[in-house]
Write a protein that binds this ligand. Structure first.
Ligand code: ACO
Length: 325
């Protein structure tokens, strides 16, 4: 294992949507949302804003934080569930905006685990000597695929982006252990059905609301806790790191009850778990880099500390990365 996070950045669109705002849209209450999810507010990308703006701003910050220029990058990985276009995705638009020249790029689709998957892919490519410095972006405009009449989903999501620069590191620094898993039998739990090859968009699919993101929330909830616990423990074992030596766990921010249950099962106090779901809700692939960036900037997370990043999401996918930050 031989790569580390050189620079980090994030972006949240300015528009805030509170639980009180949602009370005016659907039959819900601030109390229900807070108690059942831990969410108080979320950011929403303005309807007339280009979603690329989020990745651009996060990436610029990460480059600045890492003290390098875009010309020094040699790969872009863009983790997202819902790309700018089905084809050619999202990465080309960011590459164009950042003027990345002829370096390769690709979209990575691994549900909300996209950022963790991206870290493992980037680490592997650097370890194999293929690339030196990789920009990994997690960006999601979930508001664009949310059914604002469905109270079961619309209260859960927010928009945002996070980005990291990953570069070769001396052994013993950066990524120390990883764990990636998935279970295709659970593909039906989280889905946006229409718009792909299987179910192209038609008047019928739009009338049936099949262009919106849907999920079996209860089923996802049950799997999420065990999956993140399993992967976190496996990545720690692969890294040869004891739980007692972990400074912070940064879990995917999907529901505060999932995060609390994870803390309980791992026997880690909540004050060692980074939580920002109250302010940003579930931002999918942006969730972990947003939380990491925030805690790094406010001084909670420090260089040299041991972090566990863990996520689960559509697919279903799950995984964890243990790193010396
Ligand atoms: N406001 C008020 N009531 C609501 C709301 C709401 N927003 N949403 C649901 N309810 C009602 C339901 O209709 C139900 O009423 P009923 O008993 O009369 O039928 C009741 O509240 C309980 O609903 P449940 O679905 O059982 O509520 P639960 O406690 O399971 O919480 C939730 C639902 C928040 C979705 C939870 O299951 C969850 O967090 N699941 C995981 C979601 C997740 O992690 N997704 C991650 C992936 S997202 C991605 O990949 C982009």
């Amino acid at each position: 294992m031989s790569s580390r996070i050189l620079g980090i950045g994030s972006y949240l669109p300015p528009k805030v949507l509170t639980n009180a705002d949602l009370e005016r849209l659907v039959d819900t209450s601030d109390e229900w949302i807070r108690q059942r999810t831990g969410i108080v507010k979320r950011r929403i990308l303005e309807q007339d804003s280009d979603p690329t703006i989020m990745g651009i701003e996060a990436s610029k910050q990460a480059l600045k934080d890492g003290g390098i220029s875009a010309e020094q990058l040699d790969l872009l990985i863009y983790a997202t569930n819902f790309p700018n276009m089905i084809s050619p995705g999202s990465a080309p638009f960011l590459a164009q905006a950042l003027d990345l020249g002829q370096i390769p790029f690709f979209d990575l689709k691994a549900g909300c685990s996209g950022f963790v998957y991206g870290l493992v892919v980037a680490n592997g490519l650097i370890d194999a000597g293929v690339f030196e410095r990789i920009l990994l972006v997690g960006s999601e405009a979930l508001s664009r695929v949310t059914d604002w009449k469905d109270r079961k989903t619309c209260v859960l999501f927010g928009d945002g982006a996070g980005a990291v620069i990953i570069e070769r590191a001396p052994s013993g620094e950066g990524v120390l252990g990883v764990s990636l898993h998935a279970d295709g039998k659970k593909a039906h739990l989280l889905r946006l059905e229409a718009g792909g090859i299987q179910i192209p968009v038609s008047h019928e699919t739009i009338d049936a609301g099949r262009h919106f993101f849907k999920m079996e929330g209860k089923e996802v909830f049950k799997s999420a806790v065990t999956m993140m616990e399993f992967s976190s423990r496996e990545a720690l074992a692969n890294a040869g790191i004891e739980l007692a030596d972990v400074d912070w766990i940064i879990p995917h921010q999907a529901n505060i009850r999932i995060i609390r249950a994870l803390a309980q099962r791992m026997k880690i106090p909540m004050d060692q778990i980074i939580v920002n779901i109250d302010r940003v809700a579930n931002t999918s692939t942006a969730s972990i880099p947003l939380a990491l960036d925030e805690a790094y900037r406010d001084g909670r997370i420090k260089r040299g500390q041991i972090l566990v990043l863990t996520a689960f999401g559509a697919g279903v996918t799950y995984g964890a990365v243990v790193m010396k930050f």
